[in-house]
Design a protein around this ligand. Structure first.
Ligand SMILES: Cc1cc2nc3c(=O)[nH]c(=O)nc-3n(C[C@H](O)[C@H](O)[C@H](O)COP(=O)(O)OP(=O)(O)OC[C@H]3O[C@@H](n4cnc5c(N)ncnc54)[C@H](O)[C@@H]3O)c2cc1C
Length: 413
């Protein structure tokens, strides 16, 4: 089987396009919204509403080769996070909510919720996914939010609290926005009872409690939401209501596993976000070194290299390894191959790589790297989240180990 590590012409054009967006639209306001946490970045949102929403493919006259779709999504994430990771997360798009509808919903639901999104007419809106609760993070099966069916009104009634919901403010309050909420319809069935529900913005009973103050990605709205007898139509349950105690359901609904499949799509995107932030730091560092007359001598034997040259080469190797793992996971997604292992590998590698690269950049630049005069200290703060959400470093390593050793989760936890 041939191996080809080259991006298609279409993907390269997309990459260049999103880099330009990052340079022109994001970098100039990067510090402003790092400081103005919880303020809507209006310049960026307006840009996205007016222009950015037109997909690159519309502009690129269809130069994209077949099967590029998800790879291009990852390239977009990398380039825009090179610009600013917090602003990227504040972009009005279906985001994780869209991934959840795509992976756990039926064709009819995809049509219903995603076409409603597309046809909003005026502008794109936010989507989000709410899994995490005060007592349930890594162990998503421990969620306690409930969904009870009211047979008279044919509605699901949600009760519970969700925390750390990215884009949760926009998705819960801006007309047309939606949040995919995980809840149990049968606690006695454990993970088999967990289902996901689409809750449209401003649904009575869903309350935005507030947004988190954070170390990094401060332009991103990370919300706490309370559901108090929040009613959603029967059709807003993604998949079927059948509770799977063991084995597949009669309807073929994938239940908890189906909902978990969202991560196969979201983890490569987070990995790409990480390589974007890492790339921002590394590019800046190399430019600074060059300005100081320090050239990285790639063709010199290791024993003759300076410590800084060695550091930079190692950082580049880390970044490139993370990027290639990410592209592999994305390419597998495109081609319909199961990528659960590769998505976790990419996410674990990229989360660690970006944390190391940004810290090392601050270190090499010295006090100026630590100063707010530069964005380097911000990239160090923005980097760490990639090692936490969409499964922490430890959880993704656990998944990789389980898959390689072929152990069920009960045997390796
Ligand atoms: C900025 C931000 C945005 C977020 N966005 C979202 C979102 O949009 N939607 C959403 O649902 N959630 C979101 N989250 C939540 C995030 O996914 C969780 O924080 C994450 O899954 C970890 O869960 P936890 O916080 O409960 O930590 P815990 O599960 O309590 O973990 C604490 C520590 O223990 C380690 N650990 C846990 N279990 C194991 C184990 N079995 N083996 C080894 N180590 C283990 C973890 O790796 C971690 O280091 C977000 C979080 C942040 C900070």
């Amino acid at each position: 089987m041939p191996i080809d590590f080259e991006l298609s012409e279409g993907s390269k054009l997309a990459q260049a396009h999103y880099r330009q967006v990052a340079v022109d639209q994001m970098r100039p306001i990067s510090r402003k919204y790092d400081l103005a946490e919880h303020h809507l970045p209006t310049e960026w949102v307006d840009y996205w509403w007016d222009e950015g929403r037109f997909s690159f493919h519309d502009k690129a006259e269809n130069k994209t080769a077949p099967n590029d779709g998800f790879v291009t999504v990852c390239l977009q994430a990398e380039e825009l996070c090179w610009g600013d990771a917090g602003l990227y997360l504040r972009m009005p798009t279906p985001a994780l909510g869209g991934s959840a509808v795509s992976s756990a919903g039926t064709n009819e639901q995809r049509e219903q919720f995603m076409s409603a999104f597309r046809e909003k007419g005026g502008h794109p809106i936010w989507g989000a996914m709410a899994i995490t609760e005060p007592q349930a993070g890594s162990d998503a099966a421990a969620i306690e939010t409930t969904a009870d069916f009211d047979a008279d009104t044919e509605e699901w009634i949600l009760n519970g609290t969700k925390i750390f919901c990215t884009a949760g403010e926009g998705a819960s309050t801006a007309d047309g926005g939606f949040i995919v909420v995980w809840a149990t319809i049968d606690k006695s069935a454990g993970r088999g009872g967990i289902k996901s529900f689409v809750v449209m913005a401003n649904t009575p009973g869903m309350e935005l409690i507030g947004c988190e103050k954070k170390l990094g990605i401060r332009a991103s709205d990370t919300a706490t939401l309370r559901f108090d007898n929040c009613r959603v139509p029967k059709e807003n349950l993604l998949g079927s209501a059948e509770v799977r105690k063991k084995g597949p359901t009669k309807t073929g609904d994938k239940g908890f596993k189906g909902a978990m499949a969202t991560f196969d799509a979201s983890r490569p995107i987070v990995a790409a976000m990480a390589t974007g932030v890492g790339g921002a730091a590394l590019d800046f560092l190399k430019e600074e070194l060059e300005n100081q007359g320090i050239q990285i001598r790639y063709d010199t034997p290791p024993r003759e290299l300076t410590a800084i040259e060695r550091d930079v080469i190692e950082m580049e190797a880390e970044l490139q390894a993370a990027r290639l793992l990410t592209w592999r996971a994305a390419w597998m997604m495109n081609t319909g191959k199961r990528n659960n292992l590769e998505a976790s590998m990419a996410k674990a590698k990229a989360g660690l790589a970006v944390t190391k690269i940004t810290q090392k950049t601050v270190q090499i630049l010295g006090p100026v790297g630590y100063s707010k005069k530069l964005l380097v200290e911000k990239w160090m703060r923005d980097a760490k989240i990639n090692d936490i959400y969409e499964g922490t470093q430890q959880i993704n390593q656990l998944i990789v180990a389980r898959r390689i050793l072929d152990y069920p989760s009960a045997m390796l936890r």
